[in-house]
Structure formats: C-alpha cells, structure tokens
Design a protein. Structure first.
Length: 132
C-alpha cells in the first residue's frame, strides 16, 4: 500500500512539473526556407526555448515563428560593417509571450519579441540581439 501511494504521488509530481513548463504548449512554426536547413532552424528554436526556460518565472511562450529568409539580410550587412566580422548567416524568430508586464505597460495579454541569431565563420550560432 505504501509503495502504491508513493508511486501515485511521484506520477502526480511529474505531471505537475511538466504542466508548469514555460514552453510546453507553445506553437512552433519552422516555416519554409531556401537558406536555412531544418536542422539550423531547430537549433535556433531549441536555443530560444532554453533561454526562456532559464529566464523569468512569470513568462510563458505562446508561439514561436520563423520570420522568413529575407528577414535579416539588411541587419546582417550592418553587423558585418559595425563589428568587422564576416558572419555567415543570420536568422530571426518571432516569439509571442504571455507576460505580466505586457498587461501592465501595454494593456495587452501578450508581448512579441524578435530573436536575432548570427552564425560566425566557425559555424556556431549565437544570440546577437532580441527585443520587442
């Protein structure tokens, strides 16, 4: 009887922890691309989700969408000039998040963020900027 109770309690704890995820029910749209492989887009999505999961506790990701192939070509050229680095690629994803400050400051239940990632010549992607 004690083992059954412990097992049921453990299952309840696991289910409740999963349901507390900040990204669990988010809609992910990888889009279509001629410039980025699905693997690259999945890598960026995983990096964004990891950042959100490690961030503020009162934020919940509602959706994440690939912004398209042409979304950052201008910015890539600017970064090349400003930082004198030959970035290979850049990619943008748009995230809609439910945050308390969205209601407080913008009188809206959700807030939109853009995540801008660049790929250096060594092949590593990293976050270059984000904002709303």
């Amino acid at each position: 009887m004690k083992k059954t109770f412990c097992f049921v309690l453990a299952v309840i704890m696991i289910v409740s922890l999963i349901s507390c995820s900040k990204t669990g029910s988010a809609k992910i749209d990888y889009g279509e691309s001629e410039l980025y492989t699905m693997e690259e887009r999945e890598t960026i999505v995983n990096m964004i989700i990891e950042e959100i999961e490690e961030g503020e506790s009162n934020v919940k990701l509602k959706s994440l969408e690939f912004a398209g192939d042409s979304s950052c070509s201008y910015h890539l050229e600017q970064f090349k000039k400003d930082y004198d680095i030959e970035y290979e690629k850049c990619i943008v994803f748009i995230a809609n998040m439910k945050t308390p400050d969205a209601i407080k400051y913008f009188n809206q239940p959700e807030r939109t963020f853009c995540y801008f990632y660049v790929k250096e010549p060594d092949g590593e992607w990293y976050l270059k900027g984000r904002g709303w």
